[in-house]
Design a binder for this molecule. Structure first.
Ligand SMILES: Cc1cc2nc3c(=O)[nH]c(=O)nc-3n(C[C@H](O)[C@H](O)[C@H](O)COP(=O)(O)OP(=O)(O)OC[C@H]3O[C@@H](n4cnc5c(N)ncnc54)[C@H](O)[C@@H]3O)c2cc1C
Length: 328
């Protein structure tokens, strides 16, 4: 067993998911404490090795690269099988995976393959007696639990996107790149990726550092227009409550909450959202929450750092105008 920490580097068509670099930063910090190495696992089709230097610049000491058509698009079977193989061979202390949709599939599957534990959706990681002590929100974020994997190794953790700082890349760092071969052949893989369809909606909610979110209070699909203008000025993504999604005012991709997306932006502006517990489940770890609601008793104000009690159709355009003047 080594003190090394493995990190899965998630890429799509040559673009690395930001959460993977956040995981790399967390791994670097932990490995520096234990004296281990950070090993990046980078899988994809031919050419993915071009990203190896980027992984090194973000903190990897070694990069294990697999280039094969079977790994071109993420599928959990070949990725988990290959991760399991390289992890079995190297016996690292821990494997860190960003808790993206794909990471949330890979982490538990890898844990099953390796007969170990997986702590999902961590928002903080530290070391206690040489083992990972993870913090993860439970009960819709109302409680923070502390979790360990007491005996089994490696300790697998998925890291909530944007909960860990993304390190500054250092292009002067050097590291080693090694090639690994896939485990499964195409006819051993049950699922096939037949294509991709782009969803509507500009900035991705998961990656957004600012989210302007609208609920039933926007009153209809046209009620999102002032929110979109504010979002444009701020470079923000648009979120929504389930009430607005269920009403058909905005597509499901925008839904934040227990049955929607979990987001963790620097700034979350909730407009006409009451703040039901199921909505809070998806946004309560936002660093700064601003609520705009005409009901001073709305539960969102208990959570918000800043609250404006007024009509959103008055406040949002005024905010947009003021910010446009300030930012332009
Ligand atoms: C199993 C389950 C899962 C769920 N999952 C989710 C989920 O993932 N996400 C989610 O959001 N909900 C979820 N819900 C639904 C949740 O319980 C609430 O019903 C929903 O969040 C309410 O949405 P809302 O705040 O937009 O609407 P409301 O609760 O109706 O609130 C609208 C708010 O807008 C304010 N308002 C109205 N007009 C204006 C105006 N002009 N200016 C300013 N303020 C105004 C009102 O004062 C009110 O506070 C779930 C429910 C269940 C049972």
């Amino acid at each position: 067993m080594s003190n090394d920490i493995f990190v899965w580097v998630e890429q799509f068509k040559g673009m690395v998911a930001g959460g993977s670099w956040e995981a790399m930063g967390a791994a670097r910090r932990l490995a520096d404490e234990t004296g281990g190495q950070v090993v990046a696992c980078l899988f994809g089709s031919a050419g993915v090795s071009d990203l190896a230097q980027e992984a090194i610049s973000y903190g990897a000491d070694r990069v294990l690269v697999a280039e094969d058509d079977t790994l071109a698009d993420f599928r959990v079977e070949p990725y988990a099988a290959l991760m399991a193989k390289v992890v079995r061979e190297a016996q690292p202390q821990a494997v860190l995976i960003s808790a993206t949709f794909r990471g949330r599939e890979l982490g538990p599957m890898l844990a099953v393959e390796l007969e170990t534990g997986c702590i999902a959706d961590c928002t903080a990681l530290e070391l206690e007696d040489g083992r990972l002590l993870a913090t993860r929100p439970i009960y819709a974020g109302k409680l923070l639990s502390k979790c360990i994997i007491p005996e089994r190794l490696p300790q697998i953790a998925t890291l909530r996107v944007r909960a860990f700082p993304k390190p500054e890349p250092d292009s002067a760092r050097s590291g080693e790149v090694a090639t690994v071969e896939p485990v499964l052949s195409e006819d051993e893989i049950g699922s096939k990726v037949t294509g991709f369809k782009e969803t509507e909606g500009g900035v991705s909610l998961a990656d957004a550092s600012i989210i302007v979110s609208g609920g039933r209070g926007v009153g209809g699909p046209e009620g999102y227009e002032p929110l979109k203008e504010l979002a444009e000025v701020l470079g923000a993504a648009i979120g929504a409550s389930r009430a607005a999604v269920d009403a058909g005012w905005i597509p499901y991709e925008h839904q934040v909450g227990q049955t929607g997306k979990t987001v963790n932006p620097d700034l979350y502006i909730a407009c006409g959202i009451s703040g039901a517990i199921q909505h809070q489940a998806g946004m309560r770890t936002s660093k700064v929450i601003v609520a705009i609601n005409k009901d001073p008793e709305a539960p969102i104000f208990k959570l918000a750092h800043y609250g404006i009690v007024d009509d959103l159709f008055k406040v949002v355009p005024a905010l947009t105008k003021a910010l446009r003047e300030k930012l332009e």
